[in-house]
Design a protein around this ligand. Sequence first.
Ligand SMILES: [Zn+2]
Length: 68
Amino acid sequence: MNDPVCGMSGMEESAVATMEWKGVRYGFCSQRCYDLFTKQPEKYARKEEGRNMHNKHHDHTQGHKGCC
Ligand SMILES: [Zn+2]
């Protein structure tokens, strides 16, 4: 689990706060990171989504050649 705001890893043990957003659990190193995330979860969760998007992209291109 990584802190999506500042990118700090290893939040399983040291997380000050955790929350689940769109089925993904996030940990936060500080109250500040937690507050920032709850205000704009889309902004900070994008990194995690990007990883998933990569797989989706492969599926997508298989069925739609030349699309993107
Ligand atoms: Zn943090």
